[in-house]
Design a protein around this ligand. Structure first.
Ligand SMILES: NC(=O)C1=CN([C@@H]2O[C@H](COP(=O)(O)OP(=O)(O)OC[C@H]3O[C@@H](n4cnc5c(N)ncnc54)[C@H](OP(=O)(O)O)[C@@H]3O)[C@@H](O)[C@H]2O)C=CC1
Ligand SMILES: O=C([O-])CC(=O)C(=O)O
Length: 275
């Protein structure tokens, strides 16, 4: 952790004032985590101003470069496209970075090297998936396969580039339907705002080309579900999560921001649980 000169308090800047960014800002504003919410930034500055004004801390809304200069840790909670600017700018400035749009990391392995050179940290919370601790342990040995099956209601998949390109009407489906099968890398291109979990799984495990994903549309479904299966020399592991979609973004399960908040708590504290 790189402490600021501002009273030794770790300064956090949040980029993206949507579902996840706001939830993290609200958690920090409650004062339970010993960090300082130094600034926020979003595409729509006016909307961000209106939200920031509701917080006790009244964090300033800043341009991205100002936010980076004013923070020790930048939390990206925007989009994969935005990450392409946010990540190099943050790491070049020697600041720590937490990434939620994890799929945006897959084509940029050089950012991990940049973080290393700049002596800063690149944090990837588990987000909406569970069991990455076990996956990391398993992948220290020989692995035969890593597979994730994602099930989402139509509104959790609507508008994804792959769905649009293929002309799939997710609302017209009458039964659970496989709409995509491929690698995590391919999935994160076709579904950049829907399956970041597969990117996190692949980075914790055996990589984006070897990690397989199946995406199912579930008419009438009420949860965003992810089933992971890992097979290797250790044996076989499965995990299952039923995420309640957040109130403001049906693609995003509530665990996504809770996981980021929990990670922040550990970054700010002395003790770390799990692997
Ligand atoms: N790792 C994981 O497990 C998960 C990751 N995610 C990913 O996390 C990210 C955030 O999710 P969520 O909060 O639900 O998404 P939302 O769509 O609710 O919010 C995203 C916010 O980012 C802002 N934004 C968009 N482009 C830019 C930009 N270029 N610069 C600054 N801000 C920008 C938007 O701006 P504005 O409102 O100002 O127009 C919007 O408020 C997404 O990429 C999502 O796919 C989601 C769930 C799980
Ligand atoms: O919340 C979820 O189920 C997962 C999600 O949107 C993502 O990984 O991008």
């Amino acid at each position: 952790m790189a402490f600021s000169e501002c009273g030794g308090i770790y300064r956090v800047g949040i980029v993206g004032m949507g579902t996840i960014g706001r939830a993290i800002a609200l958690a920090l504003d409650s004062g339970d985590i010993p960090v300082h919410l130094a600034a926020v930034h979003s595409r729509d500055a006016e909307k961000a101003e209106a939200f920031a004004a509701t917080l006790n801390a009244k964090p300033p809304v800043m341009a991205l470069n100002e936010l980076i200069a004013s923070s020790d840790l930048v939390i990206e909670a925007a989009t994969q496209a935005a990450l392409a600017t946010i990540a190099p700018a943050t790491l070049e400035a020697g600041k720590d970075l937490m990434v939620l749009s994890v799929g945006g990391l897959l084509d940029h392995p050089e950012w991990a090297d940049l973080a290393d050179r700049q002596h800063c940290k690149l944090y990837v919370p588990s987000g909406a998936i569970v069991g990455l601790d076990g996956v990391k342990g398993a992948c220290a040995g020989r692995i035969d396969s890593v597979t994730i099956t994602t099930r989402k209601p139509p509104e959790g998949l609507d508008g994804a580039p792959y769905v649009v390109e293929q002309g799939i009407d997710v609302y017209a489906l009458t039964e659970e339907t496989l709409i995509f099968e491929g690698s995590a890398r391919e999935a994160c291109k076709g579904f950049p705002a829907n399956v970041n979990v597969s990117a996190a799984l692949s980075l914790a495990g055996i990589g984006p080309d070897q990690t397989r994903i199946r995406i199912m549309a579930v008419p009438g479904g009420t949860r965003n579900m992810h089933d992971v299966e890992v097979i290797g020399e250790f044996g076989r592991m499965t995990s299952h999560i039923e995420n309640v979609p957040s109130d403001t973004n049906p693609r995003t399960g509530k665990l996504s921001y809770l996981s980021a908040i929990a990670m922040l708590r550990e970054i700010a504290g002395a003790v770390r649980y799990g692997n």
